[in-house]
Design a binder for this molecule. Structure first.
Ligand code: SAJ
Length: 410
């Protein structure tokens, strides 16, 4: 059985490492943050994901998963590090480059290096280049490189890791075959073979497809607001057509994937990617639209107590990355210093530092009290506890409902 070293123990790396280990594979995990390594080796986890803690506990106890702050020798290396974008929206692949350079001294003839991080087209080829630049002696050795983009949905990661189809693209056909053989060990979905560049572009395309479709819903919500039409009802009606399936509007698009990946396409083909760029802009602008709604109420009514429901980028998770809710709360706090803002986010225990710096923002997870004490309620995330609130709780409040929980018109 092949030993595996998973580089990056975050939202993708840790569940993948735990799943591989539970399939009898000896897994070494690597993360540069010592606290994460210690947490995992103690059988705990540092992220919220259903079922993950139990799985990690078991495989750590069985010593099938051991975490380190440095790479370990293995047959297969999986790179699952972040690929954010820079201020100018250009992809930042420095973590992938660092991972490639870190594992290079450990590589041996026959090793397979898999990139799972969502990456701009050409990154898998670049990993080979970076590895050989770091350790030129490896030029004489046969190494295999493939891209197999992760495509799991936070909240359903353990199920989707096994059941989703996977795109597998090597830099040559032997690399593709090696990677297919590897994923066969634990994936029940179909393993779809292609080349590395197409695999990279497929992942970017999937997330851009979703971004473009959400942008359509968000644009509709702004049009409906102007025309006095309830967008939620409108979408429900239109979706009765057998070939129409409009997604849901919201306060914008968040997360480390859909809000980021389309920019990787725009950066590779700026002139051609017109629709993809516009969709990104529409989804980002939706945050400003929501801020405008809140501020027009504040302008009309003076200083009022505001309660914001939700900070995460989507329901029932603790992930705040690129969250439109975070952005909106921060901007409101910054521009309306006199206005007391209570945040309710049942999935976190402390305010993130970005918000804690504002003296007018506090966290209170007693949901009903936080609503009763406020004049203006802004629903930013459709967390389950919010959807279960009694309907009379909204009576007498100004509500900005960006998720259609109470069926408002925004
Ligand atoms: N959203 C809407 N309206 C909708 C659906 C989503 O506003 O109708 C918003 C969400 O609130 C959130 C954002 O979009 O802010 C993204 O949420 P999501 O659930 O659509 O997707 P992610 O970011 O959690 O995961 C996506 C998935 N990609 C696709 O569905 C094409 C997932 O399969 C990928 O693995 C993941 O990106 C990734 O890692 O790339």
């Amino acid at each position: 059985m092949q030993t595996t070293n998973v580089i990056g123990l975050g939202y993708i790396g840790l569940p993948t490492a735990a799943l591989l280990a539970s399939n009898g594979i000896q897994v070494y995990g690597m993360d540069c943050i010592p606290h994460i390594v210690d947490t995992i080796n103690a059988g705990n986890i540092h992220i919220v994901e259903p079922g993950l803690k139990k799985l990690v506990q078991t495989v750590v106890k069985d010593k099938k998963l051991i975490a380190y702050t440095t790479p370990q020798k293995a047959d297969v290396y999986i790179i699952a590090v972040p690929t954010p974008f820079k201020e100018n929206k250009e992809p930042d692949i420095s973590y992938v480059k660092a991972a490639a350079e870190e594992i290079a001294p450990y590589l041996e003839e026959g090793n397979l290096i898999i990139l799972e991080s969502t990456s701009p087209v050409g990154t898998t080829e670049n990993i080979k280049k970076w590895v050989l630049e770091k350790v030129p002696a490896l030029c004489d050795k046969k190494l295999y490189f493939a891209h197999c983009p992760e495509r799991v949905l936070p909240g359903k990661i353990l199920y989707e890791l096994v059941h989703n189809d996977r795109i597998i693209g090597g830099i040559d056909s032997e690399s593709t075959q090696k990677a297919v053989h590897f994923y066969k060990q634990f994936v029940e979905g179909e393993l779809l073979e292609t080349d590395a560049k197409t695999a990279e572009m497929t992942k970017l395309t999937e997330n851009s497809f979703r971004d473009v479709n959400i942008a359509f819903a968000n644009e509709l919500s702004c049009i409906c607001d102007k025309l006095g039409i309830n967008v939620w009802k409108l979408i429900e009606l239109a979706n009765h057509h057998p070939r129409v399936n409009i997604l849901q509007p919201g306060p914008g698009v968040g997360g480390h994937c859909i809000a980021v990946d389309p920019w990787f396409i725009v950066s590779s083909a700026p002139h051609e990617a017109k629709l993809i760029r516009t969709a990104r802009e529409i989804n980002d602008d939706k945050r400003e639209f929501v801020i405008g709604k809140i501020e027009s109420i504040l302008e009309k009514e003076g200083i009022k107590k505001v309660t914001c429901l939700g900070l995460a980028f989507k329901p029932d998770i603790d992930d705040l990355r690129e969250s439109p809710a975070m952005y909106i709360v921060e901007k409101i706090a910054e521009r309306n210093m006199q206005c007391p803002i209570t945040v309710v986010e049942p999935n976190i225990d402390n305010l993130p530092a970005k918000l804690a710096q504002y003296h007018n923002v506090r966290l209170n997870n007693e949901i009903e009290k936080a609503i009763k004490d406020a004049d203006i309620i802004v629903i930013l995330v459709d967390h389950t506890p919010f959807k279960k609130l009694p309907t009379d709780i909204w009576v007498g409040k100004e509500v900005v409902d960006t998720k259609g929980i109470i069926g408002g018109s925004l």
